[in-house]
Design a protein around this ligand. Structure first.
Ligand code: SME
Length: 165
């Protein structure tokens, strides 16, 4: 597969999301290795969606969320379940959109550039096994386009990757 980042530059956010979903579907059909898939999915996200400074995964292990494949600056390797946006999305089993991370009491700033954040839990049936985390250097970055699009992407990932990392 060839990923043409240049071709996305002039597309609007909805078309970029459609392209991203297509890339991810093809990748999920082509590859079965979880580490390879998660690594490329985080790279596809960063290459397709505008104004992100971090995109990646945390997986539940040893009663914490442990860093998985990602794109962006080095991040906290372990997140405890009592603090932060990722832990809240994981524990409540709900997607969380934070329009201004400075307003979120115990937001964990792995990258000081982050201004808004979207975190989606990943499920194996009822059991949540990790999160997909997206950060933006712009406040209010995540709209219904990203909410709907990343919800679809989380479902696609869950169909293929349904166990702990
Ligand atoms: N901001 C997250 C921590 C992970 S980094 O953003 C990569 C949180 O509050 O849980």
């Amino acid at each position: 597969m060839t990923f043409e980042l240049k071709g996305l530059v002039n597309l609007d956010d909805r078309k970029r999301m459609d392209e991203l979903i297509n890339f991810i579907k093809i990748q999920l059909d082509d590859e079965s290795d979880k580490l390879a898939l998660m690594s490329n999915i985080s790279a596809f996200i960063m290459g397709s969606i505008r104004d992100l400074n971090w995109a990646g995964f945390y997986f539940y292990k040893e009663d914490e969320l442990i860093l998985g494949p990602f794109q962006g600056l080095p991040a906290c390797t372990r997140l405890s379940l009592d603090k932060g946006v990722c832990a809240k999305a994981f524990c409540n089993k709900k997607t969380i959109k934070v329009d201004d991370v400075h307003e979120f009491t115990d937001h964990i700033a792995c990258d000081s550039q982050s201004e808004s954040e979207l975190v989606l839990p990943l499920f194996n049936e009822e059991k949540v096994y990790g999160v997909l985390d997206l950060d933006s250097p712009i406040k209010n970055r995540f709209t219904d386009i990203e909410l709907e699009g990343f919800t679809k992407i989380a479902k696609l990932i869950e169909e293929k990757i349904y166990e702990e990392f």
